[in-house]
Design a protein around this ligand. Structure first.
Ligand SMILES: [Ca+2]
Length: 136
């Protein structure tokens, strides 16, 4: 487990449910692992509160699964996005495979950006991002 790994979640609430349904995937949410003094945290864009860093502990009901990416991420730079808004519009568009260009992040958009992928090019979904990372 190291900083920069991709953390996939089943996701709770309406938006992850829509994404799971529309993408026919077990994953409705994703974020990036950031290990802070040995404590696993997740840097993620979450509905409704936006971008933030949260403890991975106590989220077992959300089925967290960690995929190693082998990529370094720039945590201080990414933390500057803390409090950025979540985009429900882009999440819905991603569910029908369309890139959204609304202000605000979806979980997969933000994680793609953090991993240095072209976050604006595609309607990133959690499953699509996992596929892209695992195919490398
Ligand atoms: Ca967006």
């Amino acid at each position: 487990m190291q900083t920069g790994d991709l953390v996939m979640f089943r996701g709770t609430g309406l938006v992850p449910w829509v994404i799971r349904l529309w993408t026919r995937s077990a994953w409705g949410h994703c974020g990036l692992l950031v290990v802070v003094e040995g404590v696993p945290m997740v840097l993620e864009a979450r509905h409704p509160e936006g971008v933030g860093l949260h403890a991975l502990a106590n989220r077992e009901e959300d089925w967290p699964t960690i995929y190693p990416t082998g990529r370094a991420i720039n945590v201080p730079q990414l933390l500057e996005h803390s409090g950025d808004h979540y985009s429900v519009e882009d999440a819905i568009l991603a569910g029908i495979d369309r890139a959204g260009h609304h202000a605000g992040w979806t979980c997969a958009e933000f994680a793609a950006y953090a991993l240095g992928l072209d976050h604006d090019a595609a309607g990133w979904t959690p499953q699509g991002l996992a596929n892209a990372v695992l195919s490398r």
